[in-house]
Design a protein around this ligand. Sequence first.
Ligand SMILES: [Zn+2]
Length: 84
Amino acid sequence: MLSCKEVVKKTSDYIDGNLTTKERFEIWLHALWCYKCRRFIKYFRSVFSREMIFDTEMLDEASADKIVEKVTSESSASQAQKKQ
Ligand SMILES: [Zn+2]
């Protein structure tokens, strides 16, 4: 099973269609149970379709961490709001 970090790193290729069927299946499978990555892929896709230029080298280890952090904090923040 892929980790969230691996999914984030592969998302641009996933959207570009540069992955093998197996890799795409792994991401799809992960996104099926992982709300964070589902959200991230959706977000990434919307940004990507808006700005057609996206340098995949931007997605280094550090920025992948930041994105995961951002998406995680956003989703936990919205969960916290629901509880109140
Ligand atoms: Zn995930």
